[in-house]
Design a protein around this ligand. Structure first.
Ligand code: C2E
Ligand code: CA
Ligand code: CA
Length: 576
């Protein structure tokens, strides 16, 4: 019996030793709490965990718990006592050396041999796990933010903006207003001041947009210089307030080095109820297009009229495209006369659209449409080709110069100049009229080179609308055009206005000094013609000598003039 018992004791001791070793290795501390006597016992390991060599029993535990965790930790413990159930908790302690550790605690309720309710529990340090989890959580949050936000401005990116839009769409009977914002001339800002300033401008705009929205709103950078803000509700007053705020804030110049820069934006606004959310983006986009086309630096709110106007315009653009292909765009010709003899010495080709239902349309009806649809190059080509073919087919045109208008972009287009070379152009008979503003500041190398090529083809260069923009004398000096054409805005008032006459006279002087001829356009009366001739203008063009006319009418007129010229010459001979 004794041997049996001592064997059992030995086994038990072994077992306890093994358990002790296992606990030591695992870093788990053990505690026991007698609820009835309110007595707590800790093993050595637990004391080590708490950093207390000799635990003053019973009181030490809650004193060590982190003040922020104290109330909840105690509450969990008291509830386990009350419900006589297992206890599980996690809390921070502050050790006497000031180190904070995270502990996890598990305990089981039991009744001991003397009938007292007790807990026996295990506690271990989980600080490393907790910190690792926190770190993981933080990097997950960072990754989420990076995926949802634009890295430069911190606004939402396109993806999460679409998500926000979809969220609004899911809400029943929600109404929302979308502001689609585009920075005006951002490319120029980037090119002129550099990318750092470009980035700064984007951040500047982002801040303004963030300030413009209230708590329920969303601001996003959709890409490049394109932004959007989304605001629930669409009361008209609110839209105005948001727009006012944006425009006002944009009005403040921002310093860039020793200069200041005013950033401007075009804004398209559209509102929709949740049922119509699909239209929101396309509507605000259309309103933005509208704002840009009307000169930028403005806002436009979508309307049905806007949509139908655009539909019309699209149709018209389509018609223009096919009109160009079908030969509906042809040149009319307006004669130019020698200021002294009043004999025709040239014609200007002016594009006309022979529209199947709307009659003959002047460029004011389709030039900007062509420009916004990238059709000007084609238009210029069509007119030039028609002019060349008219020149070839008419002997009457042989003795006079033909001027063709050329858009600025052509001069910047190396492909165009190659195409020009492939045309059969008789030297010395053709002139290109270039809008004055092309030569504003400085000519690009491409433009300079193309102008030389044009001259080498025997084509004259003329500056159109001189005096309507900011003519640069330096530009004129460098370009050395064959002729300048004084704008009709300057010509019209010369009868009444002495300063206008002086201005025209000075332009003539400058042209003379630079060895250029001068044409006056918009000459509506013979009185104008007389004054202009007196001021030294060489050539006159205007309603006084004829409106633009078809090639057939022009040919008839030229032939008639030739005939009467001959008659005059004959009469002259006869009278001699
Ligand atoms: P522009 O080159 O200044 O052409 C002169 C315009 O003044 C013409 O208008 C002409 O009809 C008009 N005009 C002529 N005499 C008088 C006058 O005595 N009084 C008044 N008030 N106006 C007069 P149009 O034909 O409507 O052309 C308008 C503009 O369209 C042209 O202005 C030119 O810049 C542009 N354009 C015309 N044809 C072409 C073309 O083939 N290609 C390009 N790119 N532009 C063209
Ligand atoms: Ca012209
Ligand atoms: Ca002109």
């Amino acid at each position: 019996m004794n041997t049996k018992r001592s064997r059992t004791n030995v086994e038990l001791e072994n077992l306890l030793r093994q358990l002790g070793l296992a606990l030591e290795a695992s870093g788990i501390g053990i505690w026991q709490h007698n609820i009835a006597k309110n007595q707590t016992r800790w093993d050595e390991q637990l004391k080590a965990i708490y950093g207390v060599p000799k635990a003053p029993l019973d009181v030490i535990w809650l004193d060590s718990v982190h003040p922020d965790d104290l109330a909840p930790t105690n509450a969990v413990f008291l509830r386990a006592i009350e419900t006589k159930s297992d206890y599980a908790s996690e809390f921070r302690i502050i050790r006497p050396d000031g180190v904070v550790r995270y502990l996890r605690s598990r305990a089981r309720y039991f009744v001991d041999a003397s009938g007292d309710p007790c807990f026996v529990g295990a506690e271990w340090d989980v600080t490393d796990d907790v910190l690792l989890n926190k770190e993981l959580e933080r990097s997950r949050e960072e990754a989420r933010l990076a995926a949802d936000h634009d890295h430069l401005t911190g606004l939402l990116n396109r993806r999460s903006f679409d998500f926000a839009l979809a969220e609004f769409a899911r809400k029943e009977s929600a109404k929302v207003t979308l502001f689609h914002i585009d920075v005006d001339h951002f490319k120029e800002i980037n090119d002129r001041f550099g990318h750092a300033v470009g980035d700064f401008v984007l951040c500047h705009v982002s801040k303004i947009l963030l300030n413009a929205i209230s708590a329920g709103g969303v601001a996003a950078r959709l890409g490049g210089d394109e932004f959007a803000i989304l605001i629930p509700e669409d009361e008209g007053a609110r839209i105005d307030a948001v727009l006012d705020h944006i425009q006002e804030s944009l009005g403040n110049p921002i310093p860039v080095g020793d200069q200041t820069l005013i950033v401007r934006c075009s804004i398209g606004v559209a509102s929709a109820a949740s049922a119509d959310f699909a239209k929101l983006l396309s509507h605000s986009d259309l309103a933005l297009y509208h704002a840009k086309r009307n000169g930028r630096n403005r806002a436009a709110v979508f309307s049905d009229e806007m949509a139908s106007a655009l539909a019309n315009e699209r149709q018209l653009a389509q018609d223009l495209r096919s009109g160009l292909a079908l030969g509906q765009i042809r040149p009319f010709y307006q004669v130019q006369v020698d200021a002294r003899s009043l004999r025709i010495n040239g014609v200007e080709a002016l594009a006309r659209w022979h529209h199947p239902t709307r009659g003959i349309l002047a460029p004011s009806h389709f030039l900007s449409l062509a420009a916004s649809n990238g059709l000007v190059a084609e238009l210029d080509d069509v007119i030039l080709k028609a002019v060349l073919s008219d020149m070839e087919s008419s002997a009457a045109l042989a003795g006079i110069r033909v001027s063709v208008n050329l858009s600025a972009d052509r001069l910047d287009d190396p492909e165009w100049i190659t195409r020009l070379g492939s045309f059969d152009i008789p030297p010395g008979r053709l002139s290109f009229e270039l809008i004055e503003t092309i030569f504003l500041d400085s000519l690009s190398d491409q433009v300079r080179e193309n102008i030389q090529t044009i001259k080498s083809f025997g084509i004259d260069i003329e500056i159109d609308d001189l005096g309507s923009g900011h003519a640069s004398l330096l530009g004129l000096l460098e370009l050395r055009p064959d002729r300048v054409k004084i704008d009709r805005q300057l010509v019209m008032p010369i009868l009444q206005s002495v300063p206008s006459r002086r201005l025209v006279s000075s332009l003539v002087d400058i042209a003379r000094a630079l060895d250029m001829e001068v044409i006056a356009e918009g000459v509506e009366t013979l009185d104008h013609a007389q004054v202009l001739a007196g001021l030294g203008v060489h050539t006159l063009q205007g309603y006084a000598f004829g409106r633009p006319q078809s090639f057939a009418d022009l040919t008839a007129r030229l032939e008639q003039e030739e005939a009467s010229e001959l008659r005059r010459a004959d009469a002259g001979c006869a009278s001699q």
